[in-house]
Write a protein that binds this ligand. Structure first.
Ligand SMILES: CC1=C(CCC(=O)O)c2cc3nc(cc4[nH]c(cc5[nH]c(cc1n2)c(C)c5CCC(=O)O)c(CCC(=O)O)c4C)C(CCC(=O)O)=C3C
Ligand SMILES: [Fe+2]
Length: 320
């Protein structure tokens, strides 16, 4: 349908050793007004894992899983760390690629999750190089929904408690960014809610409660971000003794990132333990075969209409 001669997996990138951590973080926050203290704190999270984020390994595994299904050569490049998108595009040009489907490792609308990938594409595109066509948002795709549902079901199985509270999480963003997501605003949260509802339904749990809460807040404290934070939510749930256990489902992430292994598996797990709540974290979509097949199905859809340039504008710099 889309007639692509290559597939480019475009991702965020992450450090792969202690010396990578600070240069990586400086790439991420360049000009974004993230306070120094927050940056040093996040650097500690990475150093606690030997300076290695799980994201690159997960992306390598995704690329390997895609090779036999994509039907075209598969490339991988990142915004913030090696292999950088700009270098990969030069290789694609040398290989004679003319028109590549771009699969961003972020499923939803919004500045960080969508617009920034369009900015990456504009920045890395070169004269005589491949045309780069970004695939659509896919949080509502049956492949993503089925993969998440399988992983949530497995978490319920490990917990052995069908009555565990189902708590979906996604990366918090500034309230102003959430309000301007999508052509008429609010689309990041609306898509996440829709996706959570579809997963809940796929589990045969319609009518039973689920929550969508936020994690990994950044930025200066005076800037409001989406709330409640997952740890505060666990504290609120603990007030009702009916909430003896919780399944956390990181629906806002397509693979394990530092935000998942630190903010959920380390921090939220500790809070749950202190509160006497039993907790299981569902796996991210990762290389679930249905999720992998989804990527090829996206390539077979009619070429997606690009988002209008007016939606998901970059945040205004907070004044120091
Ligand atoms: C919505 C969203 C996603 C989900 C969509 C998607 O998946 O793309 C996401 C993903 C990710 N965010 C990541 C890492 C970081 N994000 C930061 C900072 C920020 N994230 C934001 C939003 C999001 N981020 C925002 C509004 C900021 C404030 C600064 C700014 O406006 O840019 C910072 C700075 C330090 C801090 O945390 O304060 C880091 C290190 C990694 C890599 C993790 C790894 O290494 O495993 C990944 C996949
Ligand atoms: Fe982030």
């Amino acid at each position: 349908m889309g007639d692509y001669d290559a597939l480019l997996v475009l991702s965020f990138g992450g450090p792969e050793g202690p010396d990578d951590v600070m240069p990586f973080l400086e790439n991420v926050v360049r000009g974004r007004g993230v306070p120094r203290e927050r940056l040093l704190q996040v650097a500690e999270h990475y150093q606690g894992f030997g300076g290695v984020s799980p994201i690159n390994r997960q992306n390598r595994e995704l690329v390997e899983a895609l090779r036999p299904v994509a039907g075209v050569p598969v490339y991988w490049g990142n915004r913030n760390w090696r292999p950088f998108g700009e270098d990969v595009v030069r290789r694609m040009k040398a290989d004679g690629v003319r028109r590549a489907a771009v699969f961003a490792t972020s499923a939803f609308a919004g500045y960080s999750s969508c617009r920034q990938y369009y900015e990456d594409i504009a920045r890395i595109s070169i004269e005589g190089g491949p045309e780069l066509v970004k695939m659509r948002h896919y949080g509502d795709h049956p492949g993503f929904v089925a993969a998440m549902a399988d992983h949530v079901r497995a978490a319920y199985g490990r917990l052995g408690d069908d009555d565990a509270r189902l708590v979906f999480t996604a990366h918090s963003v500034p309230v102003s960014m959430a309000e301007t997501a999508g052509p008429s605003g609010g689309l990041y949260e609306a898509q996440l809610r829709r996706s959570a509802e579809l997963v809940n339904r796929a589990l045969g749990r319609e009518g039973r409660p689920w929550d969508l809460v936020w994690q990994s807040r950044s930025g200066p404290p005076q800037v409001p971000w989406l709330e409640p934070d997952v740890c505060d939510h666990l504290r609120a749930l603990a007030e009702d003794p009916a909430n003896a256990s919780v399944v956390l489902a990181p629906i806002g992430f397509v693979s394990d990132h530092m935000e998942v292994v630190y903010d959920l598996d380390t921090e939220a797990r500790q809070v749950a333990g202190e509160l006497g709540i039993r907790m299981e974290r569902a796996a991210t979509a990762g290389t679930h075969p249905r999720f992998v097949r989804m990527v090829r199905e996206l390539m077979d859809e009619p070429e997606p209409v690009p988002c209008p340039l007016t939606c998901c504008p970059p945040p205004r710099r907070p004044r120091a």
